[in-house]
Design a protein around this ligand. Structure first.
Ligand SMILES: C[S@@+](CC[C@H](N)C(=O)[O-])C[C@H]1O[C@@H](n2cnc3c(N)ncnc32)[C@H](O)[C@@H]1O
Length: 263
């Protein structure tokens, strides 16, 4: 559907990436604004790994509803997190989600980067908030990704093509830096920008899996099928990058902002 292109990885590997995420590592700046008893909506929750951490913090007087329009993520999360009593996961698109409920807090991590209509998504979220409710969007500026040292040329070419493919699909590669203007235009107030960069250094246990994200992205045939990329270059990018991650990589920094606003 419109506004929901995303690179198709195989379902299993994407499910695993999402299940490995946690509030503490992957949305850490949100923690200070979580309060016991809140009713929270997590838009584009993936499998619900971060949603269940939010549910644990707000406690049983509060509730988290996680929505996602990819059925296999929701089905997987319903199994994995079925023990979390105050978490409900629903397979539905943001633009089709019907509820009589209004939320204290709406969060959405790494979702608007995939939409060609992010401002409409913000408007939709605003309509689901209580008066004075809060929104928190966590997202990337893909144009500012830093690798140290530089990765192999094959991966640099792959990444450049990836950004072009995204742009042609109407996605904003630097949405992290545009969110505050968008929120203002949609009518939010008290907007705050919080730096949420992710710095991956070799001492981290999850170094290879986090820095290796780009060979997983290159694992998809989608850009080859759409005529953006030569398959031989894609395969070379994967093997040379994997080798670089194992032997040469010192660090990778992904640039993200958490941007908050009030209704
Ligand atoms: C990169 S994942 C992020 C998952 C999770 N929030 C996290 O940070 O780990 C983006 C998710 O947004 C979902 N998504 C994209 N557009 C959506 C829409 N219009 N309505 C609901 N979910 C959407 C995708 O299915 C995907 O699971």
């Amino acid at each position: 559907m419109e506004g929901n292109k995303h690179i198709e990885r195989d379902g299993h590997s994407a499910t695993k990436i999402f299940d490995n995420r946690s509030l503490e590592i992957d949305y850490r700046t949100l923690i200070p604004i979580l309060k016991t008893g809140m009713i929270v909506l997590d838009v584009g929750c993936g499998t619900g790994a971060i949603s269940k951490d939010i549910a644990n913090i707000i406690g049983n007087r509060g509730r988290v509803i996680g929505i996602d329009n990819t059925e296999k993520f929701i089905e997987s999360g319903k199994q994995t997190y079925k023990y979390v009593e105050n978490l409900e996961l629903i397979h539905v698109d943001l633009f089709e989600f019907e509820t009589g409920e209004k939320f204290d807090l709406i969060v959405s991590a790494r979702v608007l980067q995939w939409l060609s209509n992010p401002k409409d998504a913000l408007k939709r979220m605003k309509s689901l908030l209580k008066p004075n409710g809060q929104i928190s969007i966590l997202d990337y500026n893909h144009e500012k990704l830093e690798w140290d040292p530089k990765p192999p040329q094959s991966m640099k070419s792959f990444y450049k093509t990836f950004l072009k493919w995204r742009k042609d699909e109407g996605m904003n590669n630097k949405i992290a830096d545009d969110l505050s203007d968008m929120m203002q235009e949609v009518g939010f107030h008290s907007i705050e920008i919080i730096n949420s960069n992710e710095v991956y250094e070799r001492i981290r246990e999850d170094f290879s899996s986090k820095v290796g994200i780009w060979s997983k992205v290159a694992g998809s045939m989608q850009m080859v099928e759409e005529g953006y990329l030569d398959n031989a270059l894609r395969l070379r990018a994967i093997s040379e990058y994997d080798n670089w991650v194992e032997n040469d990589a010192i660090s990778m920094t992904m640039k993200l902002n958490e941007v908050r606003g009030k209704n």
